[in-house]
Design a protein around this ligand. Structure first.
Ligand code: PRT
Ligand code: ZN
Length: 283
């Protein structure tokens, strides 16, 4: 049995629950419980605040955790990042008031910077020889310059809308973050096996995201051209139709190439093109 710490509520909770569900793992009742026994995998979920997940894992209260890389870096616990999970993407950036006359990183020297990530920020400033005053605040970091508590901020940015609303400009990105699966450096062999199994399931889900399976009818004489042009896991699947002039072609295509590829295929004479969602790729 493996115990996984996940965020009890907040931005990562929904995507975490969905990833587990796609992996065939459902969690019992509400988030009010601290621990919930899973169905579909020999696992317990431990619901925590994201700030507490790195420590819970390094102390062995949980065997692994799903948390933002930003929290892992900030807490500085000796953890292994087992896998990036492809959701919760954001960045940690320095931002200054629009009219601050920012002219490069040395602008921060001897300035006051408000943040909830003092450890990451001080490491960054140290490595650039900048001696700034770091003010740790727990929330609403973006209002600190307007109320005179700081000259600049260091905070999570995703769309950038919050900075814009507060008259701030992003001037330097210090780190990119996303949700990660973390574990201690070493686990007991049975737990490590469970973790491997879990990773295998997650990997097949993450690898299939953004991919479509496309099936079409195509004149048999154009199959070779189509196969040369298309991306494929090994090579496209080609099946004869009852009418020998036609074949059926099946191929996996990344979502962002889909429409360009479909246009190319239509030029080769492809018809009846079906685009299907891909749930899992098990390699
Ligand atoms: O209660 P608990 O302590 O568990 O949760 P929390 O309130 O500390 O964290 P939560 O749920 O807000 O975020 C959890 C994790 O989501 C973070 O640690 C990041 O890894 C990730 N994440 C992804 C984000 C964002 N995107 C994000 N945009 N966390 C916070 N934000 C904030 C950001 O600080 C800004 O103020 O959302 C605001 C809007 O961002 P814009 O740029 O889209 O306007
Ligand atoms: Zn938190």
């Amino acid at each position: 049995m493996i115990k996984i710490a996940i965020q009890s509520k907040g931005r990562l909770n929904e995507d975490t629950t969905r990833l587990l569900a796609d992996a065939g793992i459902t969690l019992g009742a509400g988030h009010r419980q601290l621990i919930s026994r899973a169905r579909g995998f020999d696992m317990e979920a431990l619901y925590l605040r994201d700030d507490d997940i790195p420590q819970a894992v390094s102390m062995g209260v949980a065997d692994a955790g799903i948390v933002g890389l930003n929290e892992v870096e900030e807490r500085g616990e000796p953890l292994r990042t087992v896998m990036r999970l492809g959701f919760g993407a954001c960045r940690l950036s320095l931002a200054v008031p629009k009219d601050a006359g920012y002219d490069g990183l040395l602008w921060f020297d001897r300035r006051r910077v408000a943040t909830s990530y003092p450890r990451i920020l001080s490491r960054f400033f140290d490595s650039h020889g900048i001696r700034a005053e770091i003010h740790e605040i727990a929330g609403s970091v973006e209002v600190a310059p307007a109320v005179g508590m700081a000259d600049a901020i260091f905070d999570i940015v995703s769309s950038g809308g919050t900075l814009l609303q507060n008259g701030l400009t992003e001037v330097h990105t210090v780190m990119q973050s996303e949700a990660v699966l973390v574990a201690p450096a070493a686990l007991q062999p049975d737990k490590e096996r469970d973790l491997d199994k879990l990773c295998f399931r997650f990997r097949s889900i993450i690898d299939s995201r953004g991919l479509k399976y496309v099936v079409m009818n195509i004149p048999a004489t154009r199959v070779a051209e189509a196969a040369d042009m298309l991306p494929a896991m090994k090579s496209p699947t080609v099946l004869p139709l009852a009418d020998p002039a036609w074949s059926s072609l099946g191929v996996v295509i990344p979502q962002d190439e889909l429409w360009d590829r479909i246009e190319q295929l239509k030029q080769l004479g492809a018809q009846d093109i079906l685009v299907l969602a891909l749930e899992n790729i098990v390699r």
